[in-house]
Design a protein around this ligand. Structure first.
Ligand code: HEC
Length: 168
């Protein structure tokens, strides 16, 4: 009986010991990942993006602005008045990241590293008064999006969208 007991428990014990680092590592990594999207250190819309937006973008993309679909009906009129499409809520802003206007926010804010002509996007200058401020704020937007691409909806893949973070 004793011998049989050892015959089963010893290999079982060894196997558990051998596997435990993998099991632990896996569950830890999984937990960490989950944790990251909820901790204060991660970039969120409410904590990080909204204050920048209110400060740097809201006067042209805020309450007085039309819905994007309305805006495109008369781009000239709105642009002349320095009014851009409405982006002053989480869902409005996300529509310029994923759908229907994927890549639009990145295209407007990029510093030129990812644009076709190597020039900064139209709204890059609005990110700050100094190079440093612009760089910092761009970095916050980039981290918030999580996967920075200028690809439009027609080219972006589901896989790429899945890599985005855009935490509320
Ligand atoms: C002085 C007014 C003004 C400010 C400030 C401003 N924008 Fe704009 N924005 C516009 C106008 C007008 C347009 C549309 C015309 C154009 O594309 O040039 C526009 C276009 C855009 C677009 C492209 C929308 C599209 O047609 O797909 C994005 C994205 C954008 N702005 C984001 C921002 C962000 C983010 C900020 C703040 C960092 C910002 N803008 C600051 C006026 C402004």
């Amino acid at each position: 009986m004793n011998k049989l007991f050892h015959l089963i428990t010893v290999p079982l014990f060894t196997l558990t010991l051998l596997l435990s680092p993998f099991v632990l590592k896996h569950s830890f990594a999984h937990g960490k990942e989950k944790h990251a999207s909820a901790t204060k250190s991660s970039i969120t819309y409410t904590k990080d993006i909204k204050p920048i937006f209110d400060n740097k973008c809201a006067k042209c993309h805020g309450k007085k602005s039309p819905e994007h679909m309305e805006f495109v009906k008369d781009v000239k009129k709105y642009t002349a008045k320095k009014i851009g499409p409405k982006m002053d809520s989480y869902s409005h802003l996300v529509s310029f990241v994923i759908w229907p206007d994927a890549g639009s926010l990145a295209k407007a804010l990029d510093d030129g590293k990812n644009t076709e002509d190597g020039k900064p996007g139209k709204m890059y200058n609005r990110l700050g008064k100094t190079d440093e401020e612009r760089r910092e704020n761009l970095n916050v937007f980039k981290k918030w999006v999580g996967y920075w691409t200028l690809k439009p909806w027609s080219d972006i893949t589901k896989d790429e969208i899945a890599r985005m973070k855009i935490v509320y």
